[in-house]
Design a protein around this ligand. Sequence first.
Ligand SMILES: NC(=O)c1ccc[n+]([C@@H]2O[C@H](COP(=O)([O-])OP(=O)(O)OC[C@H]3O[C@@H](n4cnc5c(N)ncnc54)[C@H](O)[C@@H]3O)[C@@H](O)[C@H]2O)c1
Length: 260
Amino acid sequence: MVARRGRRNGAEVKLDADNAPTAEMPAVTGAAPDPVRVKAIPEAAVARLAVYLRVLSAMAEQGATTVASEELSAAAGVNSAKLRKDLSYLGSYGTRGVGYEVQVLVGQIERTLGLTRQHKVAVVGIGNLGHALANYGGFPGRGFPVEALFDVDADLIGVPVGGIPVSHLEDIPAVCAERGISIGVIATPPTAAQSVCDRLVAGGVQCILNFAPVVLQVPEQIEVRKVDLAVELQILSFHVARRAEETNSSHPVGNGMVVR
Ligand SMILES: NC(=O)c1ccc[n+]([C@@H]2O[C@H](COP(=O)([O-])OP(=O)(O)OC[C@H]3O[C@@H](n4cnc5c(N)ncnc54)[C@H](O)[C@@H]3O)[C@@H](O)[C@H]2O)c1
């Protein structure tokens, strides 16, 4: 999971209802979500929507046309009350006894996540991490084709990685503008990250995914997300420590399995 850097004033406002609807459930419609409601979706729910989309796309590929909320929640690893609440942000409540229409739900999530068009990606810093990202084949199919690579290492310039020749750092603004890059991924040492970021912004990039352990200064309209796997490990460590404490004061119930 990635942590959002808080330069922009996050628009996430919690909605009133704490529980997913349980009364009369209207049928799912294919209408575009209300933009006001989209703005109000909490960040954590947005991350889960991306997971539902992956699961639903796999189900659609296998020919599924409808899916029960319990089935979707189990496949996504999210408890069913949370799933129903997440989908209610899109105006999707499913149909009692039938569940959700897979293609309709896919369309709603894609529109909400802005995935109805492709977002071209540039990776800067083609070292260990940059190589892995550039070679990863899973991005294009999800709407994020990697279309430009940059580094300062003379040995790398012009060398294709994942089929794309590496360009020089100085060419970031021109190449990004020319290729219509909208997302820049920073995988350089932290000392280089700000100047890389400035060049990406100059090239018209709208979003930055920053792996370097440094806080970036950006104009108000630029979205920045920071990825820090060490933070994720620390959170896991916290849960392991907490569980060790709980084990001494509780007894397991059922088969001990939970959905996460
Ligand atoms: N967030 C995470 O979980 C996580 C995990 C791994 C690495 N990282 C970070 O990602 C970054 C890259 O790590 P790595 O192991 O791939 O490092 P690396 O040393 O293998 O690669 C860094 C690359 O950046 C290039 N570079 C240096 N200065 C540059 C500049 N000004 N412009 C463009 N390219 C430049 C280098 O030539 C090199 O190819 C580091 O900042 C590291 O701390 C973060």
